[in-house]
Design a protein around this ligand. Structure first.
Ligand code: BES
Ligand code: ZN
Length: 453
């Protein structure tokens, strides 16, 4: 039996194991789930050991890092570092799920669960590929290292330091990450650019405590209103961010790249179909693909103030809070952009309230090299394992560790994503199409067989 046949024969077992992992609600941003996050990490260590890797946990300031390796291919064989994240986003709004987020359910050839695509189901393909090769051939054609972290969804705040301090442990010829998606099953996609980000809290304070809105409405500046006034000034009518200096360091798109991006068009109709939004929106002068892949943005992720419970309560709230994030592109510096936003908000805050902008986490944008032997191996692996030639695309989302691997280790990164655009990442009814899971395993097997030093 060859590894591909083994993978085909063990589909049910692979799926059952993934279901076990998906049942663990490893939500990294919520402290109530701390024990679950650890349970997922321990499950993975045990699973890695079971398939023949040496594995252990590394304790860091935040959630533990899972590390596994098989290094018996010898010094002449290439070393592949596989990165993934075992933490997941909160499942909210929970009432919108057709089946509970942590009770994985297969419907119509798709597995529904929080983390199915982002990222448990995706990095698991690599473990199954390793298992298939080891079980059939007794050895791997490559040395392999796995680093599966538990804090990606909360910003990978402690991973930079971990990479810094474990450069020998993580040394490799290439990093492979499956945490992105393809355009469609027929158009597998290698992402070559990710955006960076800064995540902030913008808080506006007014009176010392909540007030009666009849007694004080009209004579005290309402912080909820003041917050909206500030937020309304962060974009102009062309959809551009108004923060002075925001675009100064943005690497412009070359004419060639604009042409290449336009080859796989993404229309307003596509966007409406995918999202249900009534229309497209964004920065004038750029296509939808360019706006989401190559231009920086500023987003309000949440708003909290005053009475939001049932019925009416006439209150003038003492404070208002917005969760605000920016997506960044090469060559913007996250900390510099944070200072620009902070200073601009201070400058436009009316004298009748006070405000504060706190930075929660940040990450750099990343662009990967498309012209390396490892990339050629990835392309060939998609052709063989997935059954189609991959296209290249920019992605609007962020994976902070990519820039750490590039900057600290100097290792090239390949984003070999196995998801689809409608997987519902961070949303209700997240799913992974099983066909993607099988093809992902086959593609990973082919990649390990083809990659050279
Ligand atoms: N898997 C995503 C990255 C991604 C998003 C890929 C969209 C393809 C499409 C990753 O897990 C993620 O969500 N990252 C966060 C990072 C942030 C918390 C620093 C993101 O992009 O919001
Ligand atoms: Zn995510």
């Amino acid at each position: 039996m060859n590894p591909h046949e083994y993978a085909d024969e063990h589909r049910q077992q692979f799926l059952d194991e993934l279901i076990e992992l998906l049942k663990i609600p490893s939500v990294s941003t919520l402290s109530a789930h701390e024990a679950d996050v650890r349970r997922a990490a321990e499950w993975l260590v045990a699973h890695m050991q079971q398939i023949g890797l040496q594995a252990r946990l590394y304790e860091i300031a935040g959630h533990p890092v899972v590390y596994g390796e098989w290094l018996n291919a010898g010094p002449d064989a290439p070393t592949v570092l596989v990165y993934g994240h075992y933490d997941v986003q909160p499942p909210d709004p929970i009432e919108k799920w057709q089946s509970p987020p942590f009770e994985p359910t297969v419907r119509d050839g798709k597995i529904y669960a929080r983390g199915a695509a982002d990222d448990k189901g995706q990095f698991f393909t690599h473990l199954k590929a390793v298992e298939a090769i080891l079980r059939t051939e007794g050895r791997l054609p490559v040395n392999i290292k796995f680093i599966i972290e538990g804090e990606e969804e909360s910003g990978s705040a402690n991973l930079e330091r971990f990479v810094q301090e474990h450069q020998d442990l993580l040394a490799a010829d290439v990093v492979v990450i499956s945490d992105t998606h393809s355009r469609s099953l027929e158009q597998p996609t290698i992402v070559y650019a990710l955006r960076g980000m800064i995540y902030m809290e913008l808080e506006v304070h007014g009176p010392e405590h909540d007030l009666h809105s009849g007694t004080y409405g009209g004579i005290v500046h309402n912080p909820a209103q003041a917050l909206c006034e500030i937020i309304a000034r962060l974009h102009d009518s062309d959809g551009r961010v108004t923060v002075p200096g925001f675009y100064d360091k943005v690497r412009p798109l070359s004419a060639d790249e604009r042409d290449a991006l336009a080859e796989v068009p993404y229309t307003e109709a596509d966007l409406i179909r995918e999202t249900g939004a009534p229309a497209a929106w964004g920065e004038k002068g750029y296509t939808l693909r360019e706006r989401a892949g190559a231009r920086p943005t500023l987003e309000v992720n949440g708003l909290v103030s005053g009475w939001t419970g049932e019925g009416a309560k006439t209150v003038l709230p003492a404070r208002a809070l917005a969760k605000v994030s920016c997506r960044l592109v090469a060559d913007q510096d996250p900390l510099e952009v944070y200072e620009l936003v902070r200073d601009y908000v201070a400058a436009i805050t009316p004298a009748t309230v006070t405000s504060e902008v706190r930075l929660l986490h940040y990450g750099h944008a990343a662009i990967t090299d498309r012209d390396t032997p490892a990339m050629a191996a990835a392309i060939a692996a998609f052709e063989e394992g997935w059954g189609a030639k991959p296209i290249f695309a920019r992605e609007g989302g962020s994976i902070p560790v990519v820039a750490y691997f590039q900057r600290i280790l100097g290792t090239p990164v390949i984003l070999m994503g196995f998801g689809l655009p409608d997987d519902g990442l961070h949303a209700p009814n997240e799913k992974l199409t099983l066909e993607c899971f099988w093809r992902g395993i086959a593609t990973a097997i082919s990649f390990y067989e083809r990659v050279t030093k």
